[in-house]
Write a protein that binds this ligand. Sequence first.
Ligand code: DAH
Length: 337
Amino acid sequence: MARLSERATAGEIEEVRVRTLGRSGELTLLMRQLGGLAPEERRDAGRLLNEIKQQIEARLAELKIRLQQEALRRAVAEPPIDPTLPGLGIRRGRFHPLTVVLEQALDIFESMGFEVAETQDIEDDFHNFSALNFPPDHPAREMQDTFFLGGGLLLRTHTSNGQVRVMESRQPPLAVVCPGNCYRRDELSVRASPMFGQIEGFMVDRVGAVTLADLKGVLGEFLRAFFGPRTNLRFRASFFPFTEPSVEVDISCLLCAGAGCRVCKQSGWTEILGAGMIHHNVFRAVGYDPARWQGFAFGMGVERIALLKLGVDDLRLFFENDARFLGQFPAAGLERV
Ligand code: DAH
């Protein structure tokens, strides 16, 4: 008992209680032995033990009350809570600008009658390359471009696999956009990232029903809806294994509207996407008869159109996820997500 100071903690008090009055406490054991004593001895010893017990209980209770008072005093001394202060507020999350831009683009294509089909990121050589008419020694297949996963699998290097996946499982007429992530062994830099988004689009119908002019019409419609009604576009001859003819599409520079500035290197134009008429070999690979079917395809980078639309000049900003950067862009119009 003497060992319990005035400032004993709750733990110390409890420890003493258990040691003395607990079920196998010292005093409890002594009381249990009373039965073995002669009657007079038992009376005296019983009285003595009871007295000791009461003293211990009283002392423990006193120390406990002191503890409670101490706690109360401390609580009162602390600065009071002011319930009239404004709350901390809950910051609401918002969609990432790349998500917003992607959804806006898909909305426009859907409004033109395209359906959205997501296809897989993990592909085999056939769907990412061979069926798209890449020759066996094409540089895009090489180690420095493609992430190979082993077992004949790889991370798709473009969303053009979506064309193959959709066409091999369905029959024309088709008007489909395939959004998704693509992967290439690039360092993250101002203009490139090892993972990036693309939107693939294609339309297939009877020979003569879908022409290069339709491609220009669809893309013009999309680009004006996406970048603004005064956006001009032009086709430049180009090459892709899976289209013939192939074109690269430029839009009039968004900054100078075609007059020429630093961003468009005085040309008035900015490259925006690749496109063309689907190569006969692609149709053959998916089991379509090129004498019956004809179509166009296009592919564009999600980050690329986002940079231009939002006026951002460094791709890395999209991936750093600094809330101060991300919070600058409107997140409205996402009701379909
Ligand atoms: N797959 C191409 C790339 O990743 C983009 C592309 C170009 C897709 C032309 C197309 C196309 O469908 O017709 O760079």
